[in-house]
Ligand binder design. Sequence first.
Ligand code: ADP
Ligand code: GLC
Length: 478
Amino acid sequence: MKRILYVTSEAVPFIKTGGLADVAGSLPKCFNKEEYDVRVILPKYMCMSEEWKSKMNYVTHFYMDLAWRSQYVGVLEMEYEGVQFYFIDNEYYFAGSKPYGNIYQDIEKFAFFSKAALSALPLIGFQPDIVHCHDWQTGLIPVLLKDKFHEGEFFKDMKSVITIHNLKFQGVWDVKTVRDITGLPAYYFTPDKLEAYGDANYLKGGIVYADAITTVSDTYAEEIKTPFYGEGLDGLMRARANSLRGIVNGIDYDVFNPETDPMIEHHYNVRNFRKEKIKNKRALQRELGLEQNDSTFMVGIVSRLTDQKGFDLIAHMMDEICQNDIQVVVLGTGEEKYENMFRHFAWKYQGKVSANIFYSEALSHKVYASCDAFLMPSLFEPCGLSQLMSLRYGTVPIVRETGGLKDTVVPYNEYEGTGTGFSFANYNAHEMYFTLQYAMNTFYNKKREWNKLIDRGMAADFSWNSSARKYQELYDWL
Ligand code: ADP
Ligand code: GLC
């Protein structure tokens, strides 16, 4: 039996700000239970819903040194869908209305979490063979495993894996403060270890010290070795290329299932979507105050509203897009300029554009189930889950060919009758617009072809099956 510990700053259903939570919450239950004991540890944030907090059981508590102080570490646990979850409790660090806040606070918060997660293991009696870390928040763990923790018998042979979900966020702060917080000796703060461009860099530490590195698609694994996508660490990614591999994300096929999803009004499947899916579109048009029209091409966007997702291309073309017979439904929060941009267009094109500037799991499912197409013209995209959800719900993705979008959406070829979506190569507003028009023309003028695109998309398999096997191979190899 192999024992694996996932250390993550978010996981569904407990807390989510983006795709990392979907992955860390749904992947652990997809391993063969006879062979792999996979458990998950994450912070117990005060902003988690009472529903979950009330179900957690106290395990133990202890005090741990950090930043010259002795800090309380509580450990709680809960089993969910057959997976053991542990929660690290500290009301000072994990207060606040969101998991992440100012970077200078987060730097200390996740040093605390990383050290506490390891320190708790002997007390809860779980000795993993492999600690699987996710993103910069847990980047210190491979470093700690090679440092202090290495001395004790308990941690001596523990291996670590780090998965990069987004290279853009690295956890960067000045060396002196990070040394004070972590207590790590000066030895680690050189450019071949934790230091990058004069500062301390958590993710870099994780990448340097982990026994294996993965990222969430093959294309992104290649892209991050180049300066454009490398976020200043492309040299390191090239240096560690032998230990780096891409494993594409899946989604939870039980949660995202148009036949059973309790969050959508009308259920459907690959056989009856032609008649049934439209009922969701009608319901959404009614709910959002859009013009009631079955035949209008409806495009959805569910996203963090950031530059990463290509919103400057959309901002540039929005007026032109709205000259067409089209409806645009947006669900997202993020940068104020994009929130206001969509509010503006919703005001300007009433009945055509719906701007929902908030977070709602339920509305997101309705958008995936109701729209004809889904727009995701990302500047970069390590994997992307929204396009997978769209494919699952028979909503045709329109994407830029980068990262996981390139690996999961097969471009429509009208001559061969193949493909599951529409895509374009260059980060260019007009290229995006022409691709959107091409999709729209196919929708309006070649309905049979359009429906076959949906057939193929819904038949594609983006459950965790094959990717979980690849993680198993990696664990076995380690
Ligand atoms: P990223 O992790 O970069 O944000 P992904 O496509 O991997 O992008 O995952 C985004 C996840 O967050 C998806 O599950 C998507 O449905 C969800 N999501 C994003 N914004 C919202 C929102 N405003 N309301 C509900 N779900 C959202
Ligand atoms: C990150 C990436 C996204 C990916 C997700 C889960 O948030 O931006 O592309 O799907 O992590 O791996």
